[in-house]
Design a protein around this ligand. Structure first.
Ligand SMILES: Nc1nc2c(c(=O)[nH]1)N[C@H]1C(S)=C(S)[C@@H](COP(=O)(O)O)O[C@H]1N2
Ligand SMILES: [Mo]
Length: 502
């Protein structure tokens, strides 16, 4: 008998070879055609909203890395079992590989915009896996198991295959992420702006340590999306089709979009999944083309109350047509803080709509706008139970001090940000322990569509203290203290922290 251990190791080596070869082939066929990415994508699209929330909570924006690692671990487990079965009868092993290949091919072939050759990486991987399994388990074995030489040969062969697969797999992934549109992004020449953003007042930034800067640098801007590999869209091939319930369809190339009048605005983006006190919110200077102008051109038909934006990878967001035409600075953005959009933030074109959470408005890697009605179509997160309408709720956050910080007694500047896009922040109040609420100083803002910094000078006395914050918007609404989770339309409640003063 061949021992189970050898079978398990042969199975894992075969699976590793399959994954490595598939990643290598995908250099030619595209990253979304590898079985890992395709199956992972199916998982991302089919998990219930609670699991997605949980994943974002636990892994923050590394949820996708966690998914890939989890998938690899599961795959290794199944591969080990397949290998053990193959020691009983080779046909079991090949059947196991066949099942994996079928799953991988089905996933790759059914992804949004899958090319006809999407099956190739999985098929190539499966053939190599079958060969590896056969090769490793073909040794004739005596009654007493492997001889010393056989064992040495086996371990060297399996180890060599594992190492080679890892090198090929990682090198291919590295190569396909480096390659691509970076050079084309660097070559984009941003057109001048017809309506520049208001010059920032000098006092938008309090400059307190740990306080989020008024403008979030691109590299620090939060990232949330369902894409397991960042879509790489060539601006030369990019088109936007505006269609559906319109009088006159319109298709634009990137070059044509750049020729249109450009606006530039500071707008704070927020994710509906952000917990009270969380970091899924950021403020940038966006440059782009007013969506309202494009809608005026295509002339939406009566009843077309929803604009569905669809990305190249099939994500959809549904935005009220009215919100895009009510005078707010909703745009097709091409630049973020004076640079072409970073690839992970939607290069070459994304939507930005002041006042609406990202899941109903901020489609990255934009491919089309379809006019339809809310009655006729539910977008990506709506199908998964989130609210159809996603206006941003008034929120405030304490950035300094950090929760559970140890502070020396004496003067300390408590500081944070508050946001209520489209309404603006009129008041921020801070409560220390059970003292009366105190009004914080508000810093300047260029418009009602950005967050606003606030500060409060505090004479910290020794002991443990709790600090809470609440904001009031220009409509006179004060944040409720009732704590609700993000699902289904955004978290509510006051941000409270505890600190220790010595
Ligand atoms: N193509 C695509 N666009 C997307 C998403 C996505 O999953 N896919 N997520 C949306 C969500 S939920 C948010 S909060 C914002 C986040 O934008 P950012 O990653 O640039 O911060 O993008 C939106 N646009
Ligand atoms: Mo989001």
């Amino acid at each position: 008998m061949k021992s189970r251990r050898y079978g398990a190791l042969a199975g894992i080596a075969a699976a590793a070879a399959a994954v490595g070869v598939a990643e290598g082939v995908a250099i030619l066929t595209g990253a979304t055609t590898t079985p890992l990415v395709a199956v992972g994508g199916v998982v991302v699209d089919s998990v219930p909203a609670e699991v997605k929330n949980f994943a974002v909570d636990v892994f923050y924006t590394y949820d996708k890395l966690a998914l890939l690692i989890g998938t690899l671990v599961l795959l290794a487990g199944f591969a080990a079992v397949t290998g053990v079965l193959a020691t009983r009868r080779p046909a079991y092993g090949f059947a196991g590989i066949g099942v994996f290949a079928a799953v991988g091919i089905a996933a790759a072939a059914t992804r949004h915009n899958a090319p006809w050759y999407a099956f190739v990486p999985t098929l190539a991987g499966a053939l190599v896996a079958a060969a590896v399994l056969w090769w490793l388990l073909r040794l004739p074995v005596t009654e007493s198991g492997y001889t010393f030489e056989q064992r040495r040969w086996f371990l060297r062969a399996a180890g060599g295959i594992l190492a080679a697969a890892a090198v090929v797999g990682f090198a291919s992934r590295w190569w396909s992420t480096r390659r691509g549109v970076q050079a084309e992004r660097d070559a984009v020449h941003l057109p001048s702006v017809a309506e520049p953003a208001a010059t920032l007042p000098p006092d938008v930034d309090a400059g307190v340590p740990n306080l989020a800067p008024f403008v979030t640098p691109n590299k620090d801007f939060y990232l949330i999306d369902t894409a397991l590999v960042v879509p790489r869209v060539s601006p030369a091939e990019w088109t936007l089709r505006i269609h559906g319930r319109v009088e006159k369809e319109l298709t634009l190339s990137f070059e044509e979009l750049l020729k249109r009048p450009m606006i530039e605005r500071y707008i704070t983006l927020a994710c509906v999944s952000n917990d009270v006190g969380g970091g899924l919110v950021g403020n940038a200077r966006w440059q782009g083309v007013r969506i309202a102008d494009l809608l005026d051109e295509v002339r939406p038909k009566p009843g077309a109350d929803q604009v569905v934006s669809r990305s190249v990878d099939g994500f959809t967001a549904g935005t009220p047509t009215a919100a895009l035409r009510d005078g707010r600075d909703a745009m097709l953005a091409i630049a973020m803080n004076g640079e072409p959009l970073p690839i992970e933030h939607g290069f070459p074109v994304r939507m930005v709509v002041p006042g609406l959470y990202g899941y109903v408005s901020a489609t990255k890697w934009l491919a089309e706008l379809e006019l339809t009605s809310f009655a006729d179509f539910d977008a990506y997160w709506i199908k998964r139970g989130w609210s159809q309408q996603g206006p941003i709720k008034t929120q405030s956050r304490i950035d300094a001090p950090r929760p559970f910080a140890d502070l020396p007694a004496g003067r300390f500047t408590i500081a944070g940000v508050a946001w209520a896009q489209r309404r603006g922040i009129s008041k921020v109040e801070v409560q220390i322990d059970n003292d009366p609420w105190q009004k914080a100083e508000l810093l300047a803002v260029p418009s009602i569509d950005t967050w606003r910094q606030w500060t409060l000078a505090w004479d910290a006395t020794p002991g443990t203290h709790s600090i809470s914050v609440r904001a009031t918007d220009n409509g006179g609404e004060t944040q409720t203290n009732s704590r609700t989770p993000p699902d289904p339309d955004g978290a509510t409640g006051w941000h409270t922290i505890e600190v220790n003063v010595k």
